[in-house]
Every structure is written in C-alpha cells, then in structure tokens.
Write a protein that binds this ligand. Sequence first.
Ligand code: ASP
Length: 328
Amino acid sequence: MKKILLIGTGGTIASEETGDGLAPEIPASGLLSRLTGVERGIRVESAELLALDSTNITPEHWLMIAGCIKTNYAGYDGFVITHGTDTLAYTAAALSYLVKGSPKPIVLTGAQRPIGVDSTDSRENLRDALLCATSDMPGVSIVFDHKIILGTRAKKTRSKSFSAFESINYPDLGVIRDGAVLPFIRQECGAEPEFSDALDTKVALLKLIPGVKRDVLDFLFERNDAVVIESFGVGGLPETGGFFESVRAWKERGRIAVLTTQVENEGSDLTVYHVGNRLKRELGVLEAYDMTTEAVIAKLMWILAKTKKPTEVERLFYTPVGMDMFPR
Ligand code: ASP
C-alpha cells in the first residue's frame, strides 16, 4: 500500500467564512476527513505545516516546505501539498529547484472554492492530487482541474474559474480522468533528489509601463543582487531616459539583470529589435526565453544562494532544471 504525506499550508481549499472574509482554518487532517472514497489502497498521513492565505507565503515558507519533504522523504512514496492558488505557481517553481530531480511525486494542489461549500472543486482536486502522488510521475507538479502541470511551467491565469492554471510554453504532463492518471510526459529525475536549503531573497521584479523612469530601476538595483525586468513583446528597454546606462553601471558592480516579457506565451528573443539587441550583445543581460516569471524569480534566488559570480550565475541560469526552459 502506498504511503502519502499530505502537507497542509492553508489557502482557499482549507478556508472557512470568518465574517471578515475567507481564512484558512481547516487543518490537513480535516481536509482528509471531508474526502470520501479516495483512501482505497492509499495510506495518507498529514502534517500541519502552515495555515496561510498564500498571499502571505514568503521564500522562508518555501524552505520550510522543502525541509518538511526532506525530513520525511524516506518514509513516504509521494507528497501532496495543499496551498492557496494565488502564489501556488511560485511555490511549485521554488520546490522544483529546492528538491531537484525527485524520483517521487511532489504534487501541489488547491482550490477556487472552500472544501466546505457544495459547489467546491476542492474534493476533486485533492482526490486527483493524491492519486497522482501514488503514480509513477516523478518530480514537482501541480494537479488542478484534472490537469497535471509541470512545476516550473505553471501560471495562474484565471482568478475565479476552476480551470485556474495553465502550463506556459510546455504541454501538460498528463490528465486525470475517471480516477486514473493518464501520463503524456514523464519528468526526468535522479535516483535521489538534490535538496537545497538556502535562497537569496534579494531578487526584485520590475514590470515596465510606457513612460517608466530610470530611477525605479536604480532603486531596485541598489537594494538587490538581481533585478528581473518584465519588458514588452520579445523584449527590450526604452532607448531614451538612461536605462542602458543604468544597466551598464549596475552590471559593472556585479548585479544580475534578466530581461523577460509581460506576454504570457512564446517568450523573449532579445536579438530581434534594436531595443533589445544591444542589451544582450554589449551589456551581458540574461534573458528568460520561454521561462515563466515565477520560475525565473525562484531560480535566481536558488542560484544566488550558491554563487554571486556573474559567469557562474549565467551558466546555472541557462542550465535547464525540471524542464523550466528549452536548452539553448
Ligand atoms: N487567496 C487564496 C490563497 O491564495 C486564493 C486561493 O487559494 O484560491 O490563499
């Protein structure tokens, strides 16, 4: 019989109406007791790790979740983490780096409606996630609305519908239909996972808007080891207003700049336009290509905890982990 550890962290799935808005109040054991029929052939134990709306989740919590998996890794066949949907994609990306190459399934799930309401998606998502955790699908994934999505590729694209998540620039790993896991793609994994226990949280994100001022960028560079710039289209920076000079100055001081795009699908290509080409050729800016912003942020935090040496950061950034980017 497969043994699964259910790690509760909060979110809508575990929420109840407080009179002041929904708040996570139901422990992981309480989620299990509201399920019927899933435990046939599965032994599920629960760990009450956190009870947070995922808006309150920080990288410290990512480390706590990874630590809980590490402590319990030998004792279970798979792991299910219940989590709020709002930052679920960030946590999934972070776990993909912190628990790299896991041969056992690490499945994140949540819901758009609390488990206690009639029209909930909680029970189906949790049941599917437990099923996926007993399958031979290795690595970190999100199970939601019957889809299995790679941990490094997920994005919340709908704020209300049950189909809240999409896989960006990569196909779904599989589906769960009529109580069976139908795998399309199997993640690569090692014989043992590689655990990390540190993150450098001095990583910031700037979303460009037309007319943005250079001071915003300077402000972020001053306080961080890496700044991710979500630019427009295939990527570039405004050619007036001193942006190139800012990037040059901060690069010379060893800071890391990564260009990505606000466009959800198909990724960046800095070589195409004059506004992007020089950034890469002359200034050594990194580009995210087909990675999600969530994965870029988590990967930089993970890399910068290992090294601050720009050439090493670049090498690690362009080395695919958990199929987060297509090899270049
Ligand atoms: N605000 C909630 C959270 O992320 C939303 C959800 O779980 O769906 O915790």
